[in-house]
Design a protein around this ligand. Structure first.
Ligand SMILES: [Zn+2]
Length: 419
């Protein structure tokens, strides 16, 4: 989530004179992301993936793409803020619209050399990642080789109090060492109450750890283009540019019944014992995923979900003034707010990327351009600085520019932990 995506969502959701909740937060800074190559960790990379950037925030370490809280090249464990908080008797939680085994939640709750190792059956060979397949080898993390197992197995064995998101396909796999048992059975033995629907989530009352699995993988998103429209390559007929038809955003029918991010956030906050400190990581994951898929309305709806979760967090912080709320992103992305004529210089020249024209509720036309990759499959991340926003007593002390790993240091200091 970067300034382009926030601006596109703001214009669509509240109009160009409107404000999102994050726009009203008293602290606003810029964050430089950092990454290195796996082959030589002294060589920097300027465009990152969600695994290594989440690792920076969760551990304060800089690592290579696809690594989950482990060091580049040497594969050493990086201690997470969740482990430090837990070690000091604090409560912890992860809420996400992705699979709980996806890069961001995994970096806060597990350690492994490749993000694709989401379940016991995904530890070696070609594994799915977005629209492609990635050669994967996490064999030294297999339990039979003395390792802690895949990401779902590590989460099932963890002491994180609240885990809410998608990813049942990785928790319903057979446990590596006890084939008669699934990973979710192992989670139950480790004290997790498992819920799989909004109704079950709302009916929870027992004071136990909870594992919510609300979809096989990523949760369905709230919005889609009218008629399921997405950004497309600009056509040329007899050499002349033909711009795509404008469209508005519409509800995604598949979202019905999915717990929204605000509801999951509210339930997580209610379950924490207010006499003790806690760390809660809340992720609106498909701002990114819908940008890979060139679905501008999808990203807009997920910024709206983030905004609603933020409203709940701010209300909580107003009643509990020792709370620090930080909003940030892992990296920037492909979507650009561009001219609705596609940058048309004459009838013959327009954007070479994928392009959408969005009809806004305030009566305008917004161009959204994607041009990092001309593959029919997907766009990729970009390397811009990203925003950070804050609400809480100490935000006056926060710097206006920081390195991504310093977000970890801010949390450590806030919680009174020692790095
Ligand atoms: Zn991504």
């Amino acid at each position: 989530m970067d300034d382009q995506q926030i601006t596109i969502a703001r214009i669509y959701l509240v109009g160009s004179s409107g404000r999102l909740s994050m726009d009203n937060m008293p602290y606003r800074g810029a964050v430089q992301i950092q990454s290195v190559t796996e082959e030589d960790p002294s060589i920097p990379l300027y465009v990152s993936d969600s695994a290594n950037t989440a690792t920076s925030m969760a551990t304060g370490g800089i690592t290579s793409p696809t690594r989950i809280s482990t060091t580049a090249g040497t594969d050493q464990t990086l201690v997470t803020i969740m482990e430090m908080a837990r070690g000091s008797g604090m409560q912890t939680g992860i809420v996400t619209t992705a699979s709980l085994t996806d890069a961001t939640p995994a970096s806060f709750g597990a350690h492994i050399n490749q993000r694709t190792c989401q379940g016991p059956e995904n530890m070696v060979g070609l594994q799915r990642l977005g629209g492609r397949e990635v050669m994967t080898d996490c064999s030294h993390y297999l339990k039979r080789n003395g390792g802690p197992g895949s990401i779902s197995e590590q989460l099932a064995a963890s002491s994180i109090d609240i885990l809410l998101g998608g990813g049942s396909e990785f928790f319903d796999q057979a446990s590596e060492q006890e084939p008669s048992m699934t990973v979710s059975d192992a989670a139950r033995l480790n004290g997790y109450q498992i819920v799989r629907s909004t109704t079950e989530l709302l009916e929870l009352d027992a004071d136990s750890k909870i594992l919510g699995l609300f979809a096989p993988s990523t949760l369905p998103v709230r919005l889609q283009g009218e008629g399921n429209a997405v950004a497309v390559k600009i056509e040329r007929v007899s050499g002349e540019v033909v711009l795509p038809e404008p469209f508005s955003c519409a509800p995604n029918p598949a979202f019905d019944g999915t717990p929204d991010l605000g509801t999951m956030t509210e339930i997580a906050l209610e379950r924490f014992d207010r006499s003790k400190s806690f760390v809660l990581m809340i992720e609106s994951a498909s701002i990114d995923k819908q940008s890979h898929a060139r679905r501008p309305c999808g990203s807009i709806g997920e910024v709206e979900q983030l905004n609603e979760a933020l409203d709940i967090a701010i209300q909580y912080a107003q009643v509990n003034p020792e709370t620090l709320v930080l909003v940030t992103a892992d990296h920037s992305h492909a979507a650009q707010l561009s001219s609705p004529d596609g940058g048309l210089l004459s009838q013959n020249f327009a954007s070479p990327g994928h392009f959408a024209r969005i009809r806004t509720p305030e009566g305008g036309l917004m161009g959204v351009n994607y041009a990092t990759n001309d593959s029919p499959l997907a766009e990729y991340h970009t390397g811009s600085q990203i925003p950070i926003y804050g609400f809480g007593e100490e935000v006056d002390m926060l710097p206006s520019f920081l390195l991504q790993k310093e977000i970890f240091s801010i949390m450590v200091e806030k919680l009174g932990l020692v790095e």
